[in-house]
Ligand binder design. Sequence first.
Ligand SMILES: Nc1nc2c(ncn2[C@@H]2O[C@H](COP(=O)(O)OP(=O)(O)OP(=O)(O)O)[C@@H](O)[C@H]2O)c(=O)[nH]1
Ligand SMILES: [Mg+2]
Length: 917
Amino acid sequence: MTLEEQLKQKTYYKMFINEHEDIHPIRVLGEAFQEEAAKDLPNLSSIRFAQGEVYFHHKDYETAIFKWENITDELVPWAKKNTGDAYYELGLLSTAEDIYTAISSDNATLNTEVALQLFSLYIERGKTESAVATIKRTIAANPEYPNVTEIARTFFEEQQDWEHAVELAVSEAMRSEDPNWFHILNTYVDKGVTKGHAPSYFTPTLIRLFQLDKKKFEQLVSSLWQSYEHEESYFTWIREINQLLLQLDLERDDSWNELSKLYKAAYFDLIEGRYFIKMLQEFIPDMLTNWLRLADERNVVLASAAVLSWNELFPATISLSIVSEAEQLISITETDINELEESLALFDTIVDWAEAHDMGPNNRYKWLVEQLVDFDRQHLLITGLTGSGKSTFVNTVLGEDLQDSPTSSLVMFRDSDEEEIMEITDWQIASLEGFTEFQERMDRRRNALESIIEFKLPNEFMQKNKVTFIDTPGLKGNHNDRYEVLKNLQVADAVLFVLDGNSPFTDKERGALVQIQELAPDIPVHFLLSKMDTIVGEHEAVRIYEETKSSIHAIMPDASVFAFSSQYERGQQMRDIKEFIQSIKVTRNLEDKRLAKLLFFIRTTIASLLQKRIDVENQLVEAIRWNEDMYMKLNGAVNQLKDTEVQKIKTITKSYRMIRENIHKDMASTIPAMLKECSDLIKEDSNFSNIHLELNEEMNKRLQEYLEQTVMPKFYRSLQDWVGYSKEEFDQAQEFLNEMADGFNQMYGEEHLALACDFKVLDDWLRDTDRMTSRFQLESVNILLRRTPSQFLLKSAGKLFGAISQNKAMLYNKYKAFVENEDYSETIEEVSKQFFQPFELFEKSLERDVILFFKSPLRNLTTAVDEAKLGIESNQEQLNKMNTNPEMFRDPLTLFGVRLRQFEWMTVAGKGIQTVY
Ligand SMILES: Nc1nc2c(ncn2[C@@H]2O[C@H](COP(=O)(O)OP(=O)(O)OP(=O)(O)O)[C@@H](O)[C@H]2O)c(=O)[nH]1
Ligand SMILES: [Mg+2]
């Protein structure tokens, strides 16, 4: 054991023990001390040092300290350190800390030991920062010192101080190249605690690991990749790893299975359609370059195809050598990739994406693709000119009488346990209730070509022969019309072209055939010569058959021609038909052909989505224009309605007021005369002391009679007329509004706007006027009592009154004159006030009632105005969104195109299939 080791372990004292092992060390050292002390120039330091150690081991720390404090030679630094240890053991941590920090020495071991003591002391005192600083310093100064890095790692992990833990692992891995440190780093990455570091932080470590151990390198890259995958730094990581791999000397023979898989997954994820091409463009070429360099056997074809398709869409982005390597690899490598599955996945991604972007569920394409992957059935599509006998043939074969009118949609007949009829359009799938609804659907012409009908029914022929029949509308008209019928042609494995035996193989038919072959050069076409029974004479029939066959064979030598009639005996003919159909079924490479078609459909889908986007944009522009127009017109209508309302309030109120005023005028002219007539009651012998009371009573009575029997009935009639007049006004307004609503609904294309007024108002008026004119009770009015005539007479007649009977004559005259000359205007006022009170209240409510009458139309119009405004705003907003980020739409479709090309590269190279364009 070296001296340092002894000092470190406090076993320095053992030097003194030697042969005295059976004697207690304290005694041995005590004797040595005495012996040394007896010398002339004694050196007691080393013995004291040793004694200190022994006391320390026996936990007599104070004595140990005493011994170590009295050391003077080169052991002083160690003695100090030991003193610190003793204080530490005594629990006097701060003293221990002071002592440790005061030690200065050149001895690395001593310094490290002191540092480690300080480190644990700091931990115990909770001074984490000092602990970290100490351990870091120690590692920096003496990383090789036993256990130091291990102590640090344990400490950091316990503290969950991942920052330092990762730093330590990285620097130790680099320094020591110890696989264990790389492994520890890898576990940190897997734990997810390295994400905070920028990807470039690990680059040097990765380069070193690549040189040391390629498998471990791959593993660490994989862990890092996964850790960054869902982080913001993901693209930075990809750029970094690409740069790194480009520098490294990758050999395909090293079989980078894991990396190859990672590249594949990442590449496909990136081009899924979530990112803008602008973002991808800068690193995808490097990414593909690396992928091709390291792709393992399973992926080499895929990687090559990826390189080639990317390079096609973004020319010259990938280096020429990589492109030609890809071309080379793809042509010589066998692949077990399931292209069909992969293409289906791509198709699903596209339709899901389209649906998520409001472009509908694309049911038609989905359905067509479903048919393509149904390998259990072959699809025989039947076409030909209108009325050539297609549906009759299908009926005969199926032994069902399913169609008797011209066919308007594509109908696929397929055997199934249960009958089920579905109508499939791009936006909807509907189930048709039985044969009647099917028939109705066939008779409907509008948009019929946008529908596909799938007619499932139990049928032995189709089940046994494993075919489906696709009946189609007859071909007529020009190229474009025919295309509408033939646009689903790709679903067929073989085409059966039905010719009318009476005029077979006309120019029109030849034209249609050329179009079919242009659309689908790979689909075999065969012929059915139908209505053979209508040809007179067997000889003639045979001649026509042979002639037609040879003109067909002149241009299509492989086509079969079958003579058919719905009138032939079914049993025999069915045997022939069965044989015929078996003979025209596709026997070779059905799956490959279907795959080519699937790729074709994917391309068509992408193209149609681009078109849909343009359509959507146009629709938005149109919707905005339309709504703006509506907004203007509706606003005009609101103003018109408000004007009408004001005008109706005016006329109706005015005519009502006139009635009231007329009545009032009548009353004003009638009442005074009527009251004056009461002077008849005054007789010379009347009792003048109470005549005024009598007169007052009589006048009230006459007033009551007059008002109730003359005025009221007249008023009643006038009001009836007035309600009638108002009704006419209202009717007129309603008519005007009806016309307005009709005009708008025509523009809406539906019964959207109703402008019905509330005629209940008129009923209310009738009821109210009835009630008001049915009865009137005058509350007695003071006509003569208010300006007491007796007083007046008293004043003028003075003392004569009452005392002299001759004066009666004078009173009589005075009374009479008074009654006859009075102007009664106050009475009229008072009576009118009483009489007209309810009518005035009613008049005040008229305006409100007319408003009520127009309330619903006005509300509906305003709502429509708001709708139009909203229509403008929301469409505009959508349009803006589309226009500000056109890449959001275009980019994913372009990337789908990249993926599609990739599969095409694989199928073209791998299987020699022709791509269908
Ligand atoms: N005599 C006779 N008449 C036939 C034969 N095949 C069809 N017809 C008649 O020809 C007419 C048209 O027949 P369809 O089967 O409806 O013809 P299609 O080709 O389906 O017509 P579209 O669907 O309109 O294109 C009907 O009146 C049938 O009865 C046949 O073999 N013999
Ligand atoms: Mg038909």
